[in-house]
Design a protein around this ligand. Structure first.
Ligand code: SF4
Length: 755
């Protein structure tokens, strides 16, 4: 009886989503699109946010080109962008919901069956073990509207308090560093800063291959800039730089404090800016006293005179910009390292002006949307769950009872994993991420997924390592098969468009959330969440008055005509003070510069803390959590392999073209000196072993890594067998970059093991 009622109540929506042609569900591309036309859409891989023109023929997406009129990529695209349609046609797309049967196999079921099992099993766990027994893990790969819907549905509809994103793995450190230093998660730059800088300092960033279009922006710089790379590896970017500092792994904090020490000693600080716009500099200056270049030389392996030389370049009064990515973020003390760079920018006044800034380049296509609107560890719009005024404001805007908004922050990803291990979390819903491959210390994570009473995985592919462990698989549409918006690294909101039908019964994540709200019995709370664009307007309301204010964006058409719009873009009645253009008095019409104008934050020297000042934050450097030793004498470095690979390769491995651009099998970069000492020849199989697991990889003999260090790309499923579960205490971001390993020729290792 109960199921009959449920079915009759949910039936029409399921029918409409799954069966009816049209712009929802499985239908053709929206009728508004002409069958033979070109449709712009922001790329769904990295955070650069390139605009791609999708070419339709007879209503089908048949080709792509890079959009020359878009201010981000100016007609350029990297190999992943050119191949963006290929993963959609892969034969292993999830085309129907799957349910694990008693014989342990996954069997196709219809949406009604999948939804009923999902709801029954999650509600049973919730009833028997309480609200903390459920959690979800999201992503930075789906549109902002879907991220917001997921977070709101889970927390305000289903009563699941704990949810985090895979963004914890890539930019949680930058978020925390900005929040603590600036008072808000506010990357201050615009891409024009690559072209307007005199000195570009890249830290732990292999921009050439990780963000190749941004590297092209660097190459457009006509100021003959100094390009400084600080990275243990001689990366492609280091090879192209004017100077490279191959510091020892994780000696970065000592190195940056020594630069600050020398700049202070030389008197090359911006006293007027420090007095007007910052707090805590005197304490920082006192802290720096023992952090001399000589001390940093010992820690980093860089000669003292080179450190002094670099400090003088940074303090020379030229336009200096600092750029960092995962070499900083994925560290056990990443937040303080990021803040050491922020401190350098602040003390030299290199912020808020063209060609300057302390600039985190993020990873995923919509990591920035996740940062502001995923409702995971922060409340919608950059708010705080523990702040009663913030909760009341969100409840009012969403027309929800105030007590539906949790008054505590969610557990982080690592704490959710710990909760599963401790048996406290029994139901997990994973959306568009491949935790079983990507989470640190993989063997532990995989074992834990089996401990769950119910694992639901919602993804484009049923073939991922994580989906293979699921009890229920929900087939999702991918980029190009749905509508919404992404926010790129420079805070530019761009539109993605549905240009293709999702295969089989796969649905846009947005429609899966709508369906789930009905089956859970909370759809009335989301009556206004009718479509991605309706949610975009809700987000405009939620952002109003916040530093990320987008209330001045009129809708999707406005984004189209403007070529993307950077936040803040306030309706003037809510406008905040730190955009470059002051609001016109008594106007409600957005007056910010047009689409082609690039904007940076903090031009007026006002930050988001209550006193309007940025803060100097610092701590003593700490030793590596797992330093090399006699038994495990090598340091393992991990990172991106090539510009043709993306994360766990669930999509890039589907492209015949991309697969030709990188080694198919796992390889390890070993310094030639070490290889000779160990008797390893080129392409020999080599066993790499940590205290947690081992793998075999082909030896690539080179000088890109220093003696005593090896490098393995993160894209191969074996890599995270080795990594070590340690985390930054402020951001809870995993420390993927440096752990201790053994290196043994595979044949010798077999003999050794047998003996
Ligand atoms: S650089 Fe990033 S956004 Fe641009 S085409 Fe490549 S993957 Fe897409």
């Amino acid at each position: 009886m109960k199921n009959t009622l449920l079915r009759s109540w949910t039936g029409p929506l399921t029918e409409r989503l799954v069966r009816a042609p049209g712009e929802h569900g499985l239908g053709q591309v929206p009728a508004a699109l002409k069958p033979d036309t070109v449709v712009p859409s922001v790329c769904g891989f990295c955070s650069t946010g390139c605009s791609l023109s999708v070419h339709l023929k007879d209503g089908e997406a048949v080709n792509l080109s890079a959009n020359p009129g878009y201010p981000v990529n100016l007609g350029m695209a990297c190999p992943k962008g050119w191949e963006a349609l290929a993963p959609l046609a892969a034969p292993d797309r999830a085309t129907t919901p799957l349910l694990r049967k008693d014989d342990s196999t996954l069997a196709p079921v219809d949406w009604d069956t999948a939804m009923r099992h999902f709801v029954d099993r999650f509600k049973t766990i919730q009833r028997e073990h309480g609200p903390d027994a459920l959690a979800w893990l999201g992503t930075g790969q789906i549109p902002t509207e879907e991220l917001a819907f997921l977070g709101a549905l889970a927390k305000f509809g289903m009563g699941i308090r704990h949810g985090d994103g895979n963004t914890r793995q890539c930019m949680a450190t930058a978020v925390t560093a900005y929040k603590q230093s600036f008072g808000f998660d506010a990357p201050p730059y615009t891409y024009a800063d690559f072209e307007e800088s005199d000195v570009l300092v890249f830290v732990g960033s292999n921009l050439c291959i990780a963000h190749p279009i941004l590297w092209q922006r660097v190459l457009r710089n006509k100021r003959s800039p100094e390009i400084v790379v600080i990275d243990p590896r001689t990366t492609e970017t280091a090879m192209a730089a004017t100077s490279h500092f191959a510091i020892r792994p994780k000696s970065d904090l000592s190195f940056f404090y020594a630069l600050a020490h020398q700049i202070l000693r030389d008197g090359s600080i911006d006293r007027e800016f420090l007095a007007r716009s910052t707090t805590g500099f005197d304490e920082f200056a006192a802290f720096l006293a023992p952090h001399t270049p000589a001390r940093a030389a010992e820690a980093s392996g860089i000669p003292e005179e080179r450190i002094i030389e670099l400090a003088r370049l940074i303090g020379s009064g030229k336009r200096v910009s600092f750029w960092w990515t995962m070499g900083v973020n994925q560290s056990y003390e990443g937040t303080r390292v990021a803040q050491a760079l922020i401190n350098l920018a602040l003390m030299t006044g290199n912020i808020g002006k063209p060609g300057t800034g302390a600039n985190s380049i993020t990873g995923q296509c919509n990591a920035m949307g996740s940062r502001l609107f995923s409702n995971t560890t922060g409340l919608l719009g950059g708010r705080d769950f523990t702040n009663p005024a913030h909760r009341a404001e969100v409840a009012r805007i969403l027309e929800l009872p105030a007590d539906t908004i949790p008054d505590e922050n969610s557990l982080g990803y690592d704490q959710i994993i710990d909760g599963i291990e401790a048996g406290r979390i029994k139901g997990l819903w994973i959306v568009a991420t491949n935790s079983a491959h990507s989470w640190i210390q993989q063997n532990r994570c995989n074992g834990l997924l089996d401990k769950l009473d119910c694992l639901v995985v919602q993804d484009m592919y049923a073939s991922t390592e994580t989906a293979q462990a699921a009890d229920i698989v929900l087939p999702a549409a991918g980029w190009g098969e749905k509508d919404g918006t992404f926010i790129n690294s420079e805070r530019r909101i761009g539109r993605i468009r549905k240009v293709r039908r999702a295969p089989g019964q796969a649905l846009a994540d947005f429609h899966i959330f709508q369906l789930l709200a009905r089956y859970w019995g909370c759809a009335d709370r989301f009556a206004r969440w009718e479509s991605p664009e309706a949610v975009f307007h809700i987000l405009r309301e939620l952002s109003a008055g916040q530093p990320c204010d987008i209330s001045g964006i009129e809708g999707y058409d406005h984004l189209d005509t403007a070529g993307g719009i950077q936040w803040p873009y306030a309706n003037s009645k809510f406008r905040i003070s730190n955009s470059e253009s002051p609001p016109p008095p008594n106007s409600t019409t957005p007056q910010l510069p047009d689409s082609t104008t690039e904007r940076r934050l903090f031009a007026d020297g006002r930050f988001h803390h209550a006193d309007g000042r940025a803060r100097f934050l610092f701590d003593e450097p700490r030793p590596l959590p797992e330093a090399p030793c006699a038994d495990f004498p090598f340091t393992l470095l991990t990172g991106r392999g090539t510009s043709a690979q993306w994360h766990t390769q669930t999509r890039t491995a589907k492209s015949d073209v991309l697969r030709k651009l990188y080694p198919q099998n796992i390889y390890v970069e070993i310094n030639l000196t070490d290889a000779v000492a160990l008797g390893i020849r080129a392409n020999d199989p080599v066993t790499i072993r940590s205290r947690r697991g081992e793998l075999t990889a082909a030896a690539h003999l080179c000088h890109t890594v220093q003696p005593g260090q090896i490098f393995i790309p993160m894209h191969y499923r074996e890599t995270n067998r080795l990594t070590h579960s340690s985390f930054d205490p402020h951001s809870r971001q995993p420390n993927y970059k440096a752990c201790a390993v053994q290196v043994l020729p595979a044949a010798r290792y077999r003999t050794h093991s047998a003996g």
